[in-house]
Ligand binder design. Structure first.
Ligand SMILES: Cc1cc2nc3c(=O)[nH]c(=O)nc-3n(C[C@H](O)[C@H](O)[C@H](O)COP(=O)(O)OP(=O)(O)OC[C@H]3O[C@@H](n4cnc5c(N)ncnc54)[C@H](O)[C@@H]3O)c2cc1C
Length: 400
């Protein structure tokens, strides 16, 4: 039987593990982080400090544990031009994950206020498609700290299904290197411990995957993007936005998205006004950033280019106008520093992997955000899952 090791259990890893085990493949997942209860996931945040702070989560379920449930197709045209058609995969998984906008009952007054004021300024806010089950979700504003009600899709849903079909999970074990023989993958190592397999799928995320590749003499780590964002906000007394579902609506502009968002950083920034959480309202400004960052063995280097600054400035100006129109005192408007929650691009298709996501080492594949050729500028999970599904089909059909 074909033996596959999947490194990492986030969006890409969880998906290939589920799809391959469904097809009868012998799968072992090796995960660096621990298995934790969703309510404790904030302990697993990892922050890479650079000009732009980059965030990810290291645990069973990876960064899917902290998503806001946003589920949109990204980069579909770009992939199509490269000969990668994801239409079927998107259709299948939108059904599988029940992707939909949420009912009106899940829209709070502050979100409605932001949408109304955007409309009055001539913008076209839309409801955000989500992989959130409205019957389980009681909006609390805490999506990014793990869902206590299990209302959103996380890769743990796929992982648990995969484990029930026989997949082995080895947790708290960082993969440090790939083993090969005559150009063919033979397994992985975690320090001195070796694990053998016919195929290895690296899904350790865009920061760790290139580091593992570099140890295996494949050059990777350039072209890092992160979909840089800031949250712009200020004070409207008693607006109570912080308990609403974050990013439940969005406005799409060229290479910029705007969406209602609360950040605790705003509370600190507004300290001189002594506001409470319930007095803060904000909007996220997220851009399709230039992929000029870099991951090295010990650091993540990500700065804003002039073009990034231009996009962030335009988006922040528009967000400020919308918030002011919604009743915010413009004197209280502040912004968070730039951060990035969608690292990708560090082992891109055409640079490090081919169209089938295989590296120059036969049997060594990549299924995570590293393979994106450019920043999506929008939530990438649905596209990572679609790519991982396509890869699984390829492996099943080629190695039968
Ligand atoms: C706060 C926040 C909110 C977000 N909200 C959304 C959203 O609403 N919608 C959306 O589409 N995207 C969202 N994202 C982005 C999304 O979560 C990530 O883009 C996505 O999870 C990346 O998938 P991945 O498979 O590349 O990596 P990950 O999901 O990060 O998985 C990588 C896995 O590899 C493991 N690992 C790392 N190194 C090793 C190693 N050496 N050995 C073994 N295992 C290793 C990690 O522990 C992890 O389990 C959000 C991100 C953040 C931070």
């Amino acid at each position: 039987m074909l033996k596959v090791i999947v490194v990492g259990s986030g969006a890409g890893g969880g998906t290939v593990a589920r799809e391959l085990s469904r097809a009868g493949v012998d799968v072992t997942i090796i995960e660096k982080g621990p298995i934790i209860k969703p309510k404790n996931v904030s302990e697993c945040y990892q922050s890479h400090l650079s000009d732009v702070e980059v965030m990810e989560t290291t645990c069973f379920g990876g960064t899917t544990m902290v998503t806001l449930g946003n589920a949109v197709r990204t980069c579909q045209g770009t992939f199509k031009k490269m000969g990668i058609d994801l239409d079927d995969e998107f259709r299948e998984l939108e059904q599988d994950l029940n992707v939909n906008t949420l009912p009106d009952s899940h829209f709070g007054n502050a979100t409605k206020r932001i949408m109304d004021s955007a409309r009055s300024l001539g913008f076209e806010p839309k409801k955000m498609p989500k992989f959130i089950d409205p019957s389980k979700c009681k909006p609390c504003g805490e999506c990014a700290f793990g869902c206590k009600r299990d209302a959103k899709w996380t890769s743990r849903i796929y992982l648990e299904e995969s484990i029930q079909s026989g997949t082995r999970l080895i947790e708290e074990t960082p993969v440090t290197e790939i083993t090969t023989h005559k150009g063919q993958v033979t397994g992985v190592k975690s320090f001195n411990k070796e694990f053998k397999s016919d195929i290895v799928i690296l899904s350790a995320g865009a920061i760790s995957t290139p580091r593992i590749l570099n140890k295996t003499s494949i050059k990777a780590g350039n072209n890092l993007f992160v979909d840089t964002f800031v949250t712009v906000g200020g004070i409207i007394k008693g607006v109570n936005y912080h308990q609403e579902l974050p990013m439940n609506a969005w406005i799409k502009l060229d290479d910029i998205i705007l969406s209602p968002h609360y950040s605790g950083v705003l509370l600190d920034k507004l300290g001189k006004f002594k506001p409470k959480k319930k007095d803060i309202m904000g909007m996220m400004v997220k851009i399709k950033d230039d992929n000029t960052g870099r991951v090295t063995e010990t650091s993540v280097i990500k700065y804003n280019t002039l073009h990034d600054v231009e996009l962030l400035s335009r988006g922040s100006a528009i967000a400020g106008s919308i918030l002011t129109e919604a009743g915010m005192d413009a004197n209280t408007l502040v912004s968070t520093p730039p951060r990035g929650a969608h690292p990708g691009g560090t082992a891109a298709i055409g640079e490090v992997v081919d169209k089938n996501l295989e590296t120059e080492i036969s049997g060594l594949f990549i299924a995570d955000a590293s393979v994106f050729p450019e920043a999506p500028g929008a939530p990438p999970v649905l596209t990572i899952i679609a790519l991982a599904k396509r890869l699984s089909k390829y492996i099943v059909s080629s190695y039968k």
